[in-house]
Design a protein around this ligand. Sequence first.
Ligand code: SAM
Length: 227
Amino acid sequence: MAALMRRYGVGARWYDVLSGERPVYRAGRLAGISLLDLSPGDAVVDLGCGTGLNFALLLDATGPSGVVIGIDRSAEMLAVAQRRIDREGWGDRVRLIRADAAELQPEAVTRTVTELRGGGDGRADALLATYSLSVITEREEAWRRARACLRPGAQACIVDMQPPRGFWRVLSPLARLACATGGADISARPWRMLERDAVDPASVRRVERKGGHIVAVVATVDGGSPL
Ligand SMILES: C[S@@+](CC[C@H](N)C(=O)[O-])C[C@H]1O[C@@H](n2cnc3c(N)ncnc32)[C@H](O)[C@@H]1O
């Protein structure tokens, strides 16, 4: 736990350059966000948002009235995310909440969405978790709490990692090293929670990138259940 805090603490300012974003992991966020059927004005919860690498893509997909709530436990990662928000002038569309995902209070999220939208019940339209649920140790609880922030019929998307497949298995040691360095459990396959909890199995869509190392799954979920 202490090692993980250090990893996303001191390392926060180097995360965007050292995390393999351009060569590898951006492909997963692009795939996941394009699978999420976002509409103009949607409110999206970005769980374990880190330095905010999803924000520009989410704001593009939701248009000028879309809003994003980024949740993360690391003050240092959030500080980088906040600098990004300030630099890009997204302050009226993106808010950050510092919380352990396994202790997240859904009301903190709905209150923030209501504030940004200037009304409404604050339940979000979509949830995105990129490379975070494999790092979050209490992932079932985090998943349950994140879902409670959503409206019924919301879309959720989990993008995460597994060992590469087929020919690409030669890169397995590298993938395992990348995951271990980031504190991720490469065998967690957190998208299975989404496949399990989808309201309709027909709503589940899945794509793989980088030789199967990255998996993006989207489905419609119930959302809105009180804790
Ligand atoms: C590999 S980074 C992914 C960041 C971002 N989603 C991305 O795609 O670049 C994992 C993030 O999960 C956060 N995290 C780990 N455990 C957490 C927890 N229990 N609650 C909230 N955030 C957590 C870390 O602080 C870190 O920012």
